[in-house]
Write a protein that binds this ligand. Structure first.
Ligand SMILES: NCCCN[C@H]1CC[C@H](N)CC1
Length: 292
């Protein structure tokens, strides 16, 4: 059978690779920052790849986008001002739009090509940019975050690619300090945090840095996303000093949000049970990630 396969190996997951059968290459160019590739796969729908790393597939992107958006926003009452770092495909914006309490969504994406490509090939994600509350900033988040007034946001979501290349600096303590400064007391951060099967050292380092910076609470949650290496992706959830945030019991359950569910796209992964379950960790993770 002459199926063409693409293999996604990377030094971040040595000795293994996810492969997807390719039906047709739809886009391939270098942006100022990275190689941007889109292809139609045989069984995962359209696929977005940056510098050879799987970013999302139509088949399961909703699992990631719903979790990274609703884990933080359902953990605080009536979130109003939200910042998204990265997320240029628009999927997180689509999910944030379900929250009627939100009044402002700033998004800081470094690579315009990611946005253009998403609008061309992933309309169900790029729909997020159509929400009038969205304000787009095309620049390095390290620069953007320096200009943010203290305590501006209720929630910040870091939907970054892996900390190799453009997103390198987004897992360092100085960035977390600027994030904490930009959050109100009791404000929350949700940060993409790799795989508990592959990256416990990186997770340890990120959580240690977060524990020093965020004086509220720091938790690790995870979701099953077949597209990503080892089939899981994690999230670090932090809150700044102030009104305590109990991430494991959503005070703002999505089921109570009028308009969130009958939204033209139903929720396909996230719900309050999955929210609670996401913070239940395997014993080896609790052991290896020291401060959990
Ligand atoms: N908004 C697109 C999702 C980007 N997140 C991915 C998580 C897994 C990483 N290895 C690559 C980025």
């Amino acid at each position: 059978k002459d199926d063409k396969r693409m293999y996604f190996n990377n030094p971040m997951w040595p000795g293994e690779a996810h492969s997807l059968e390719v039906k047709e290459i739809l886009f391939k160019e270098r942006s100022k920052f990275q190689e941007v590739l889109v292809f139609e796969s045989a069984t995962y729908g359209k696929v977005l790849v940056l510098d050879g790393i799987l970013q999302l597939t139509e088949r399961d992107e909703f699992a990631y986008q719903e979790m990274i958006a609703h884990l933080p926003l359902c953990s605080i009452k009536s979130p109003k001002n939200v910042l998204v770092v990265g997320g240029g495909d628009g999927g997180v914006l689509r999910e944030l739009a379900r929250h009627s309490s939100v009044e402002l969504i700033d998004i800081c994406e470094i690579d315009q090509m990611v946005i253009d490509v998403s609008k061309m090939f992933f309309p169900d994600l790029a729909v997020g940019f159509e929400d009038p509350r969205v304000h787009l900033h095309i620049e390095d988040a390290l620069e953007f975050i320096k200009r943010v007034p203290k305590g501006k946001y209720d929630a910040i979501i870091v939907d970054s690619s892996d900390p190799v290349g453009p997103a390198q600096d987004l897992v360092e303590k100085p960035f977390f300090e600027m994030i904490a400064n930009a959050l109100r007391p009791g404000g929350v951060l949700c940060n993409m945090a790799e795989s508990m099967w592959l990256h416990t050292h990186l997770i340890n380092d990120m959580i240690s840095a977060c524990r020093e910076v965020f004086k509220g609470s720091v938790h690790y949650a995870w979701a099953n996303v077949p597209t990503y290496p080892s089939g899981v992706i994690g999230f670090i959830l932090c809150s700044t000093e102030g009104p305590p945030v109990d991430f494991r019991n959503p005070v703002n359950p999505i089921e109570d949000l009028e308009g969130a569910l009958e939204h033209e796209r139903e929720l396909r992964f996230y719900n309050s049970q999955i929210h609670r379950a996401a913070f239940a960790l395997p014993s080896f993770v609790r052991k290896q990630v020291s401060c959990l």
